[in-house]
Design a protein around this ligand. Structure first.
Ligand code: XMP
Length: 512
């Protein structure tokens, strides 16, 4: 086990993720609770995270001294480095030279952390985000890398197995960061890396049982991977104390509702209430064309319908959600600047406050790809686990302009043909998200001997690792031509197909 002491950095969870990738179990504990956790957990190694404070402030957070005297390997990152250096007798100076973002460091000496990754004399890209710097070394340490503005950027005490760095190795912007962390985990701390998602599953089940006791839980299913994995996991933990509610807003893809109902009721035997609320949703959306009003209307109705169903079920004090770690940090940007709401996502927030329920969020520490691994571990079918993300407001935001049942049907059918093509050509797993959009314009065409005047379908496909940035996918023209022909032949109401070649930024993935 590795204990991660959290000093409040926005990327602490990424450290845990990298450690999990190395097959090692870790626990994140806020610095105030670190001493107790250290004694209880008896970790084989400790990582001190970054954080927004300055060690020069009064009452600056510090690492519990027992951690630094117990003889376990310790890795300090950013604030973790500064507090470590100061606590062990070095000095830290305030920010004459603040470094944020990409920086270059020069390796001045070898050490176990750099083994097989960085060489003496080499210069490497890293990601910095700090104001203070270490100016004199604590006893027993040597400087092994320097950066512009801080001659002491990485420090090492091989005897005590203490290492510390000013940059963030856990973020993707430090290209070799994962390898450096691997060296700490494997070479310095000596872990073999045999922890797996199966262990996560077992621990999560224990935690859910401990939290819920004999209480009742309701879980809203969206048809997406996250809520499905959360529900299956919770059901495994507490069985029929869980009831799932699937609010069908009539904005789902072709056959989606059937798939979800079948999977939960028949495959897993999980109690499921399927609410067909399409009339209500489509009724209230009539004539609504503004994307944000669409989202807000759907979000509000979703809460109304869900709340009414929960009342009918009665007696539940817990609400389960498939919240992932990126949902938690989405509104906070890494560099600390305020982030702007580009699109208001409706699947987090609102519900629990209003319903006065306690949250069960077993996936809160995980990233999307880890949830997929967990889903496979829980036996969810591959076709479900590997599915592209689908937005909460569904097809409403893929139908620019006003929404009608007729348009939704055209869109659903065109989308199904498009996805079928992608699957048939073996491209599905190379694409982050692919979908059709129905444009609110009609254009002239000719079919047989007649003139047609019908809708235009836009096709979208992007590659991405997290949905935050994306590139359009480069299909070959033959594929696109064949897909256009199929859509026009098989879907009544469409006579023209276009492909979207916009990346994000400047575009967004969805059209609304
Ligand atoms: P954009 O369009 O902002 O999408 O580039 C990024 C990712 O978020 C999804 N998305 C949503 N998900 N509610 C959701 O639950 C929403 O309102 C929403 N808008 C976009 C989108 O499908 C993509 O995966």
């Amino acid at each position: 086990k590795i204990l991660i002491v959290d000093f409040g950095s926005q990327v602490t969870q990424l450290i845990a993720r990298r450690v999990r990738e190395e097959g090692v179990y870790s626990e994140i504990v806020p610095f105030q609770k670190a001493e107790a956790a250290f004694h209880e957990m008896k970790p084989k190694a400790v990582i001190l995270s970054g954080g927004p404070a300055s060690v020069l402030d009064d009452n600056a957070p510090a690492a519990p001294m027992p951690i630094l005297t117990a003889g376990v390997p310790v890795l300090g990152i950013c604030y973790g480095e500064q507090t470590m250096a100061q606590q062990l007798g070095g000095t830290v100076e305030g920010g004459h030279h603040r470094e944020f973002g990409r920086a270059t460091i020069e390796v001045t000496d070898d050490c176990a952390l750099f083994d097989g990754v960085w060489q003496k004399g080499g210069r490497y890209d890293v990601w910095m985000s700090h104001g203070d710097r270490v100016t004199t070394l604590p006893d027993g340490f040597r400087a092994v890398a320097r950066a512009t503005g801080s001659p002491i950027s990485v420090i090492a005490d091989d005897k005590r197995k203490f290492y510390a760095m000013q940059f963030h190795p856990e973020v993707a912007h430090t290209p070799d960061g994962a390898k450096l962390l691997r060296n700490f985990v494997r070479k310095v701390a000596g872990f073999t890396g045999d922890w797996t998602m199966r262990a996560f599953r077992e621990e999560a089940i224990e935690k859910i049982r401990a939290q819920v006791g004999k209480g009742r839980v309701i879980c809203g299913l969206s048809g997406g991977v996250d809520s499905a994995v959360a529900a299956v996991l919770i059901h495994e933990a507490i069985g029929d104390q869980l009831t799932c509610v699937f609010v069908d807003h009539g904005l789902l893809r072709l056959k989606e509702a059937e798939t979800v109902v079948d999977l939960f009721r028949h495959h897993y035997n999980i109690p499921l209430v399927h609410v067909d609320a399409s009339k209500q949703f489509l009724g209230e959306l009539e004539g609504v064309t503004d994307p944000e009003i669409k989202r807000k209307t759907i979000g509000r109705l979703f809460i109304d319908v869900f709340e009414a169903e929960a009342k009918k079920i009665g007696g539940a004090e817990f609400l389960a959600q498939g919240t992932l770690y990126p949902d938690v940090i989405e509104s906070v940007s890494f560099t600390g600047g305020p982030s702007v709401t580009i699109k208001s996502h409706h699947n987090v927030g609102g519900l629990p406050d209003r319903m006065n329920m306690k949250l069960v969020e077993p996936l809160r520490e995980l990233f999307k790809d880890e949830v997929r691994v967990l889903g496979r571990e829980l036996g969810l079918p591959e076709i479900f686990v590997g599915r592209h993300p689908f937005p909460g407001p569904g097809l409403a935001i893929r139908c620019p302009g006003d929404i009608t049942r007729e348009k939704l049907d055209i869109l659903r059918n065109a989308d199904a043909v498009y996805i079928d093509q992608i699957r048939k050509h073996g491209l599905y797993d190379q694409i982050w998200q692919a979908f059709a959009v129905l444009l609110p314009v009609k254009t002239v065409g000719v079919m047989g001997d007649g003139r047609t005047y019908e809708y235009v379908v836009g096709l979208r496909a992007v590659t991405s690792t997290d949905g935050m940035t994306a590139d359009f996918y480069s299909f070959d023209m033959k594929f696109l031509g064949e897909t256009a022909t199929r859509i026009i032949n098989e879907v009544k109401g469409v006579n023209r197909v276009v492909y979207d070649v916009t990346s994000k930024p400047p575009g967004t993935i969805e059209w609304e």
